[in-house]
Design a protein around this ligand. Structure first.
Ligand SMILES: [Fe+2]
Ligand SMILES: [Fe+2]
Length: 217
């Protein structure tokens, strides 16, 4: 239905429809690919209360990262110049939807909750993604490459910071790390341009604000 009536809708209509879709999907229930949670039947670790809080803080940051990743892809899909790139962005967004769901399931297992600022992260990231898309497909793909590279490095940090016995969180983050690497490689193969250093630095600074806030709230 969305695709059918696209031509008759204004950009603002599409922004509102997309935001509505994204905000409904924050729990990861919709807009996902439906892949199995990689934690599967792995047994729950014996964590001290402090370890559990720390693991939950990390998973809350990662959940927030996935909200932002999905929102960026939705925004980039909206302003993509070609149907091919739009479909690629939508496909990646669905994969981020799986990550989102796995992180929210793990948070629940740890008796904790996602960031209360989720809607804010979604809307902000959606607008950044839409703006990136407006700069043209090669730059938009360049933005994907840099985002995903930063996410991979970030996940490496979290994998070494997780409580050693927390195999369920680890399995989720490891699968996400593999998928983010594929997202970056696919974007490179599709003709991504290399972003200028100042843009990369700005992206890092933005991500740092988000991660530091989401660990707590
Ligand atoms: Fe992801
Ligand atoms: Fe990704």
């Amino acid at each position: 239905m969305y695709k059918h009536s696209t031509r008759r809708m204004s950009l603002l209509d599409r922004v509102i429809i997309d935001l509505d879709r994204g905000l409904r999907g924050l729990g990861g229930a919709s807009g996902a690919q439906g892949r199995e949670n990689p934690a599967g039947e792995l047994s729950e670790a014996e964590l001290t209360p402090a370890q559990r809080r720390h693991a939950a803080g990390l998973m809350r940051v990662d959940h927030t990262g996935e909200v932002a990743a999905q929102a960026l892809y939705h925004g980039q899909a909206l302003t993509a110049r070609t149907p091919r790139l739009r479909e690629a962005m939508e496909q990646a967004a669905r994969e981020e939807g799986d990550h989102l769901r796995w992180c929210s399931q793990r948070l629940e297992e740890l008796d904790d909750q996602p960031s209360r600022l989720g809607p804010l992260w979604y809307v902000g990231s959606f607008l950044i993604g839409a703006a990136a898309g407006l700069t043209g497909d090669r730059w938009s793909l360049g933005f994907v490459v840099e985002t995903e590279r930063q996410v991979v490095r970030h996940l490496d940090g979290h994998l070494s910071s997780l409580p050693p016995g927390d195999a369920r969180s680890r399995a989720v983050l490891e699968q996400m790390r593999v998928d983010e690497g594929v997202h970056a490689t696919t974007a490179i193969e599709s003709g991504a341009a290399e972003l200028p250093q100042p843009v990369k630095r700005l992206m890092k600074a933005t991500a740092r604000i988000m991660t530091e806030t989401a660990y707590r709230i």
